[in-house]
Design a protein around this ligand. Sequence first.
Ligand SMILES: [Zn+2]
Length: 241
Amino acid sequence: MNASQIDILAIAAHRDDVELTCGGTLIKAVKLGRRTAVLDLTQGETGTRGSAELRAAEASRAAEVLGLSARENLGLPDAGITNTPETRAMLARVIRRFRPRVVIAPAARGRHPDHRLTAELVRDACFVAGLQKIEPGIPRHRPLKVVHCTTYREDFEKPTFVVDVSDEFEQKLAAVRCYSSQFEGAIQAGEVYPNGEPLLDIVRHQGAHYGSLIRARYGEPFFTTETMRVDDLAALEVSTF
Ligand SMILES: [Zn+2]
């Protein structure tokens, strides 16, 4: 495949993170004709369930369900992600190869230190990818925009926007279900706070909650540090009442 044609690159700490946080958004983007890719930073070798090999097979099945053009793994140490000149350069190389317009990053806060550090690392790497003197052998590219997934983060700011994934939600759950080593019988994963019900039910209820913020059945929330621009006030959606 031609990596230079990627529109949206989602970067996450662990395999299965993107499915849980922005899988519906990636599926919808493909339906809209966009080319999407995922970069997982670690191989999940310290996870309590499943091996790195099993998770690799699960991730490639999930990639097909999401309709990704590419999925790569950076091989950083699980539970040991750091934001250093070396890791920024590693990420910048991938960003320059894919040349995405938009990069999806994790939320800036979270229970798992890998998630918080990945959010910071992704932003810094996107900036560094635009610097001429870093890795001068590869043409520089700085993505236009970084958006942060805030799914499951109730301690975070109100989302800047929510993507309506009502028509994509069952396919998102199918992608999550590819990780049977992680989720079979599970009541907790990643940033999902357990409440006793099966994990997929929590994911569905959270999706319905975010959907309700835009008066839709299911949604996925995002935060941007930039303010969203509007041209036509009369075209605004989402009823106040
Ligand atoms: Zn994770």
